[in-house]
Design a protein around this ligand. Structure first.
Ligand code: FAD
Length: 523
């Protein structure tokens, strides 16, 4: 970059930072203290989506929450830094640059100390883990299993950061039973946009606690979370059943989520083609004797697969084989097309890592990911499925389309997460999460094709969020504040008020594109 232009874009402090060689400590004139800034890193303008590549001016790799507090309080206190924004980067698994900060500062959370402490509850209380905001869920799993414990609620993939998923929701097949990850947090340490270090919970500084949960990084940086734990099973009975009819598929999913005492996990996906049948889990292909007729009866047809799981604590009182058989008897899948495996709990939770290894070996992991995730009310799920299938080409779809039910009463309405609001109708207890998890292999889908896929997703999202279906996007980056206002609906005013309280200058998480940075003097 031209030096004069560079100088015009950054203030004196950032110039100091940018000129400072990697890993060199600086002592700024604004009393920033010895913050460990880097000019840039390989990852600061990169995420899993590989669609947005916004470069920061500097990267902070903090060694303590205190350093984050020092940075944010200094930025808040001085009008010299009134353009500087800050994004926490967890594992960088966003799709649309949400953890990036164009010309701002990215805080790489993996540099924080990663000590995890486990507390076993007794009669007096629940078991929990204290874990840093930058730690990965896989690290928490490994540590808690040493104590025979594990978190109750998961994401499908475990190489995501605790702070990153708690800023969104954190959903998987356990969500129907235990709620999303944000419903399984007892306490947080947060550094607000003003630089205050606050310990909060549902009873202590509760406004910040609920604001931060599902808060898209807008209110503060989560530096520690206290996560509820439960006894971990040794093994998991993992079952898949196939369907050729969508209504029967969703009826059976809803049947399963109505039996939380028997079932521990429920998901499902559309079998769009041979690839989606065999790629979705390495545990099953060798067992499958299912050969769908995609081209039968003169038109292309898709199939559906439910997967459910039962925890096996390997105690005499539970016979998972019997429970699975009883459940399957109540279901209406294609006769004889059900399959089951028993795997260790760790392998079950870490199943996507095995997929990742396969995709990496075929150079298909580090490719663009035009993903679309939506919460769809039960009443609109059939129409949404038709809309989706009208807008994708099943034969050449690379990736997976997940569909499974969630229960609204497992979500705390005080959190910042956005769910379908009924659009004036009564809110429905059952809603679906639909994840269109697509890979765009550059060898077959270059820039124009990627833009076309993104356009199609926007079209689907626009139609689905209209009142007729009443869906809401999950993990989206909306194009304008007006779109965000529509997204939040009746919760927009609360979100804005929380922003004014905890990050009034709009310093945090600029990559979400919700609030502009404002000047200290005008606040
Ligand atoms: P980042 O991308 O680093 O950050 C996301 C947002 O959170 C940014 O705005 C960032 O500034 C902010 N942020 C990050 N850390 C903090 C912090 N400590 N404090 C405050 N704000 C912070 N989601 C599900 O719910 N269920 C799934 O099953 C699931 N599976 C996935 C599988 C894969 C392969 C991928 C790529 C994503 C998946 N996701 C899933 C989505 C995932 O939950 C989000 O992308 C999440 O943001 C990833 O966490 P991260 O640490 O990578 O966040």
């Amino acid at each position: 970059m031209d030096f004069a232009l560079f100088c015009s874009r950054v203030d004196i402090l950032l110039l100091l930072i940018a000129l400072c060689s990697p890993c060199k400590f600086i002592q700024s004139p604004m009393d920033f203290g010895p913050l460990n800034f880097h000019q840039t890193t390989n990852t600061s303008s990169l995420d899993f989506g590989r669609i947005v590549f916004d470069s920061p001016t500097a990267v902070l790799r903090p060694h303590s929450p205190r350093e984050i507090s020092l940075l944010l309080s200094s930025l808040s206190a001085s009008s010299s830094f009134n353009k500087v924004t800050v994004a926490a980067r967890g594992a960088g698994h966003s799709i649309h640059g949400q953890a990036q900060a164009l010309d701002g500062i990215v805080i790489e959370m993996d540099s924080l100390p990663s000590a995890i402490s486990i507390h076993r509850g007794g009669e007096s209380g629940s078991s929990y883990a204290d874990v840093g905001g930058g730690a990965l869920w896989i690290e928490l799993l490994r540590e808690s299993l040493k104590f025979g414990l594990a978190p109750r609620s998961w994401t499908d993939y475990l190489y995501l950061s605790v702070g990153g998923t708690l800023s969104n929701g954190g959903i998987s097949g356990q969500t129907f039973k235990h709620g999303p990850q944000i419903s399984n947090v007892l306490q947080l340490d947060v550094v607000t946009g003003k630089g205050e270090q606050v310990t909060c919970s549902s009873t202590e500084s509760s406004e910040l606690f609920f604001a931060a949960l599902g808060g898209l990084g807008q209110f503060g940086i989560i530096t520690r979370a206290r996560i509820l734990l439960q006894d971990a099973p040794q093994k998991v009975k993992w079952v898949r059943a196939f369907y050729d009819d969508f209504e029967t598929f969703t009826e059976d999913q809803e049947l399963l989520v109505s039996m939380p005492d028997a079932v521990d996990y429920v998901e499902g996906f559309i079998v769009l083609n041979e690839h989606s049948l065999h790629s979705s889990s390495v545990a099953f292909p060798s067992h499958l004797r299912f050969t769908p007729e995609f081209h039968g009866k003169g038109r292309y047809r898709v199939y559906y697969c439910i997967e459910f799981a039962i925890h096996d604590h390997q105690v005499e009182s539970t016979d998972v084989e019997r429970v699975a058989t009883q459940l399957l008897r109540k279901m209406s899948h294609i006769p004889s097309h059900f399959y089951s495996v028993e795997v260790s709990y760790f392998d079950f939770l870490n199943r996507v890592r095995m997929e990742e290894a396969i995709l990496r070996s075929r150079a298909l992991w580090e490719v663009p990911h035009p993903w679309l995730n939506m919460f769809v009310p039960k009443s609109g799920i059939g129409e949404f499925k038709d809309l989706l299938l009208d807008n994708i080409s099943p034969t050449d779809f690379g990736g997976l389309v997940l569909i499974y039910p969630l229960l609204r009463d497992k979500w705390d309405a005080n959190s910042s997460a956005v769910l379908p609001d009924g659009g004036g109708r009564a809110e429905e207890q059952v809603m679906y999460i639909v994840g269109v998890l697509r890979s765009a292999n550059p060898a077959t889908c270059a820039a124009q094709c990627l833009q076309d896929l993104l356009r199609r997703h926007r079209r689907v999202a626009q139609a689905a969020t209209a009142p007729r279906i009443g869906a809401k996007q999950y993990l989206a980056r909306h194009p304008s504040q007006g779109h965000w206002q529509d997204h939040f609906g009746r919760h927009w005013d609360r979100f804005v008020a929380r922003k004014a309280q905890f990050d009034p200058l709009g310093i945090l998480a600029p990559g979400q594109g919700i609030f502009p940075r404002t000047h200290a003097s005008s606040s």
